[in-house]
Design a protein around this ligand. Sequence first.
Ligand SMILES: Cc1cc2nc3c(=O)[nH]c(=O)nc-3n(C[C@H](O)[C@H](O)[C@H](O)COP(=O)(O)OP(=O)(O)OC[C@H]3O[C@@H](n4cnc5c(N)ncnc54)[C@H](O)[C@@H]3O)c2cc1C
Length: 406
Amino acid sequence: MRRVDVLVIGSGPSGLALTSALASNGVAVANLSLDAHARWPQTYGAWEDELSDLDVPTSHRWSRVFVHPKRERALQRAYVLLDNEALQNQLRERAARDGAAWRAARAVEVRATPQGSVVLDAHGRSHHARLVVNASGHVDFDAAAPSTSRLAFQAAYGVVATFDRPPIKPGSVAWMDYRAEHLRPGEFDAAPTFLYAMHLGGDRYFVEETSLAARPALSTDVLRDRLQRRLAWNGTPPAHVEHVERCLFPMNRSPAPPSRVVAFGGAAGLVHPASGFMVAHALRLTRSVAAEITLALQQEARADDVSKRAWRAVWPSDARRAHRLYTFGLEALLRLRGAELAEFFDAFFDLPSDRWRAFLSRTAAPADVAAIMLQVFTRAPNAVRLSLARSALHEPRTLLGAALKR
Ligand SMILES: Cc1cc2nc3c(=O)[nH]c(=O)nc-3n(C[C@H](O)[C@H](O)[C@H](O)COP(=O)(O)OP(=O)(O)OC[C@H]3O[C@@H](n4cnc5c(N)ncnc54)[C@H](O)[C@@H]3O)c2cc1C
């Protein structure tokens, strides 16, 4: 295979966006993935303002967005669904126009070479590049399986279906509905889950039962059962199920230390540890990462220096510090019982909207992330505060690390 400057592994949103951005910068880039034409199956949602300066096609937009932790609130923030087909076509066409090469195969191994790296694929072919970017999603393809004991997982089970009676307010999004009257006493406290749902037009809705984070992950069986019971309790069972979505990914992967292969997207642990969202962040980050890689390829002779600069663009120092704070926040949430979690989010969405927006969209500097967390703490009821304070005692290293390490 022809040697390229950059080989991007994976054609999910992160890999495809980066391939396209690098090609448009004039970098000789190839994309190696199982099938670059396979349609992304996920239902990708994002806040509209997170995508405002990006050219990202969307399929649905809602200005009526509700949360219901302990009580219902209308959020003054529009929410959108990405138009996967249009976005994939756009990124692929731009990348192809700008000279990116497509290689269809499973990457199985990466080795360092004096000039960069070589990736071996499942057909025994070698792909040489000065820089390899691993955008292969949440499961490492080349590393020995990392210990999963500390990993907390977001898990969800959802369906796109038609309904005879609307399961949520027509024309709206239920972003996080923690009502749990349909569960047996203790069930919710032990393993809290919420409804994430949206009206897709006509009698079609997407409804999903979500476990924000749990260690170990909640099973699909539990989530499916809870969704069915919730809908039955509300008197809104689905009429015809068109599509099922299952979701499982780690929430608290730490940024891997700099190495020859640079991870991006889910592979880099870019998922927001307190919400599970990532796509908008990865799409926003793509430009600066591509720009830094382009410069580094021109300015650096050594492969390790190119990798280091690419890694720093994925994980600038402030982003690493904020990530540690978010991870600390996640550990605190994992210790809360269901009722406390709902109260916590009540306090969170009680904050001035610029505060919770910045927290969810990662636009806050680390000091502001810490200040926002403190604000939620002071507003939360005593039982929740006690639990959060215990977390600070259990996780002093995470907290201190976030405060001190650069
Ligand atoms: C069901 C689901 C719903 C989600 N919904 C949202 C949401 O609404 N909003 C949000 O912000 N985030 C969401 N997420 C979280 C996150 O944004 C997604 O997981 C997102 O798909 C990650 O993008 P990625 O490009 O990093 O990885 P992926 O989308 O997982 O793409 C990985 C790519 O790598 C390829 N690949 C894997 N292994 C190899 C290999 N060995 N060799 C070659 N190619 C390989 C795959 O074929 C694929 O093309 C969701 C996650 C899931 C699982």
